[in-house]
Write a protein that binds this ligand. Structure first.
Ligand code: CP
Ligand code: NVA
Length: 303
């Protein structure tokens, strides 16, 4: 049976093994092994991307394979060919499909009809590849997940949904500080809370950014306006203003606290220049770790 990564939940059985593999691949970054020799990954983009596109493409090259980049507008899909037919056809050419979509349902539909593994490269609901890179970054910094507290401050968006599941799955405490009406998805929250409980860690959603960040070892934020929400920009910038990650908010976190952001950042909005450029910031490690985490994911799914 083929294996997909449409949600963090798809990694529930072996998340720690995949992170370990990613760590090993980062340490020994050679091209000798070529576990995906001759394999091809198709990448479909409905939205812009820097990190996802380049890290997947370089990752495939380092694993001995190739990646083909497809802008959805250039595909017949952009003219109305169904996702199901696109999935069936691409499955005859390639060994895996990475899909960055607007709608989560489209990723699920592609996975349903593709006979090769489908990897979610971000949709409106989740961003699992990002969270695997983030967890790898935390592991490098702290050497463990248990007893570490992360605060996520800002929009309860795709990154936040995947983060809740990911933290719960590895046993790390997470407090989300989100404004009313912008909390993460209630079903995902419920599921993540149940996983957290089983793994002996805590997940809380609070309104106050200060309360979320209090004593945190990690303060994580993401944009206030995600791709596809551009028309809400003015309202969102007002609502999220008190949720900016700045020196004042960090003063309440643990003195060793690091700062995370999946990038791209809107400097001066969700995060200030002095914070994102400070020694506490690990945003470039997160970006680099996309490569290593995704290499491990691709080997697990396509190897
Ligand atoms: N973090 C992330 O997914 O970046 P891109 O949008 O540049 O791929
Ligand atoms: N929440 C952001 C993440 C970008 C990587 C978005 O969906 O645009």
């Amino acid at each position: 049976m083929k294996r997909d990564l449409t949600t963090m939940l798809d990694l529930q059985d072996d998340i720690l093994d995949i992170l370990e593999m990613a760590e090993a691949m980062k340490k020994k970054r050679d091209m000798d092994a070529q576990p995906l020799k001759g394999k091809v990954l198709a990448m479909i983009f409905e939205k812009s991307s820097t990190r996802t596109r380049v890290s997947f493409e370089v990752g495939m090259i380092e694993l001995g394979g190739f990646a083909v980049t497809l802008n959805s507008k250039d595909l017949q899909m952009g003219r109305g060919e169904t996702v199901a037919d696109t999935a069936r056809v691409l499955s005859r050419y390639v060994d895996g499909i990475m899909y960055r979509a607007y709608e989560h349902s489209m990723v699920l539909e592609l996975a349903k009809y593709a006979t090769v593994p489908v990897i979610n490269g971000l949709d409106n609901f989740e961003h699992p590849c990002q969270i695997m890179a983030d967890l790898l970054t935390v592991k490098e910094r702290f050497g463990q997940f248990k007893g570490i507290k992360m605060a996520y401050v800002g929009d309860g968006n795709n990154v936040c949904n995947s983060l809740m599941l990911g933290c719960a799955m590895v046993g790390m405490d997470l407090a989300c500080g989100c404004p009313p009406g912008y909390e993460p998805d209630p079903e995902v929250t419920k599921r993540a809370k149940a996983i957290a409980k089983a793994n002996g860690c805590r997940l809380s959603i609070v309104e106050s950014p200060k309360e979320a960040a209090e004593g945190a070892d990690i303060v994580y934020t993401d944009v206030w306006v995600s791709m596809g929400q551009e028309e809400e920009q003015r309202v969102r910038e007002k609502v999220f203003r008190p949720y900016q990650v700045n020196a004042e908010l960090l003063a309440g976190a643990h003195e060793r606290a690091i700062v995370m952001h999946c990038l791209p950042a809107h400097r001066g909005m969700e995060i200030t220049d002095d914070v994102i450029d400070s020694e506490r910031s690990v945003v470039l490690d997160q970006a680099e770790n996309r490569l290593h985490a995704q290499k491990a994911i691709m080997v697990a799914l396509m190897g």
